[in-house]
Ligand binder design. Structure first.
Ligand SMILES: [Zn+2]
Length: 381
């Protein structure tokens, strides 16, 4: 019965060890709804500072939006090719890391999984970035975390936690290599970045039907293949979301579908508590509660429901490219947005490793204000 999920479709750099593998039966329902040109993620500042990315003191949501006066240059972002080269370099350097190709995008680009599996008995946390191709600072931050995991500073932590990182799940959208025009996208640089995959599908609406190769690779070769306890799905939203009268640096939300157990939802809320306690007190961090739907087609809901994984959505401010100028964030905030990703990943890795995630107080959720969208804003997720 259950056929090995890897059959045929994928090419591995190294075989999966098998010890974590579960053979869940996959169901592939037909026909997803294609969402054409719906709300896209906002155009976040394209530029990540490739340097240290230290947060400017005044940064809380105060970076200028793109307004035509500031160049937003996508050339400073990793390309899929340069990201792949960096991952392979780290794989060669880091004994604790294994790099796997879990599948290919619609246009044939490799989809990667960076694995740190020290002990099957450890709790496992997974990070997913860039389902939406125009939300790249999360990938830039995740790459930095992968580099950090190879340093002595993080070596001890790796003994007590398993980590899975899936960066840039939508590389065709990230590279603007898609079968629809991007003429009206506004970033400058070598390429445009778009929310959708090459088939013009929003892959974060495909987690039930699973029609797209990127989503099939994620479900068959990651979600079904490992026992994952926690997952953070990283996105960027618009530039104009605010709470308490101040623009947010990001917003978070647990699964809101009815199809998850209270235990799974509580785990998500505890994971959110770790993020909130680490990010909000920084000079640049200002978090709100994301206002999201209940559909299982979205990763935050569908992955929690199907696999019993405690998931958290993190929506950071601003997108890397878009056809709407009010979604585009200027480059100045990129340093703190990238730093926000790094802090989110590293603080949750530590909290899962030392077990503190299990005892977090989740009552802050009751008073966390929902973000309000100023005119022109659209949700992302
Ligand atoms: Zn998104």
């Amino acid at each position: 019965m259950p056929e090995a999920p890897h059959a045929g479709a994928t090419r591995m750099i190294r075989p999966i060890t098998g010890r974590h593998r579960k053979f869940n039966e996959e169901y592939f329902k037909a026909l997803p709804t294609r969402v054409l040109k719906k709300s896209s993620c906002i155009f976040a500042g394209s530029a990540l500072l490739l340097g240290l990315g230290l947060a400017p003191a005044n940064a809380v949501g105060e970076g200028p939006n793109h307004n035509g006066n500031e160049t937003v240059n996508t050339s400073i972002l990793h390309t899929h090719e340069s990201m792949a080269a960096e991952l392979r370099k780290q794989d060669a350097k880091q004994s604790a890391m294994e790099l796997e190709v879990i599948g290919h995008s619609a246009k044939g680009r490799e989809l990667f999984l960076a694995k740190y599996l020290s002990d099957p008995a450890n709790p496992t946390i997974m990070f997913l970035t860039q389902q939406h191709g125009n939300e790249q600072l999360t990938t830039e931050g995740a790459l930095e975390v992968i580099k950090h995991l190879g340093t002595g500073r993080m070596a001890k932590v790796l003994e007590d936690v398993n980590i899975l990182v899936v960066p840039m799940l939508n590389p065709d959208g990230a590279m603007g290599d898609v079968d629809f025009p991007l003429d009206d996208y506004i970033a400058s640089g070598d390429r445009h970045l778009t929310r959708y995959n090459a088939n013009n599908v929003d892959i974060n609406r495909d987690h039930v039907a699973k029609t797209q190769p990127e989503i099939q690779a994620l479900h068959n070769n990651v979600l079904s293949a490992y026992d994952i306890d926690y997952m953070i799905d990283l996105h960027h939203q618009g530039t104009r979301s605010a709470v308490d009268g101040k623009l947010v640096s990001g917003s978070i939300l647990y699964p809101t579908t009815e199809d998850v157990s209270e235990e799974v939802r509580e785990g998500s809320k505890r994971l959110g508590a770790v993020v909130y306690q680490n990010v909000d007190p920084t000079g640049w961090g200002h978090l709100g509660k994301y206002v999201g739907g209940t559909a299982n087609t979205i990763a935050r809901n569908g992955i929690a429901a199907e696999y019993g994984i405690s998931t958290l959505l993190f929506e950071m401010r601003g997108m890397s490219d878009h056809y709407r100028s009010d979604y585009v964030l200027g480059q100045k905030p990129n340093g703190y947005l990238r730093q926000q990703t790094i802090l989110t990943l590293e603080s949750t890795i530590k909290a899962v490793a030392d077990g503190s995630v299990e005892t977090m107080d989740t009552s802050f959720w009751d008073s966390l204000p929902e973000q309000a969208s100023l005119p022109g804003e659209e949700n992302d997720e």
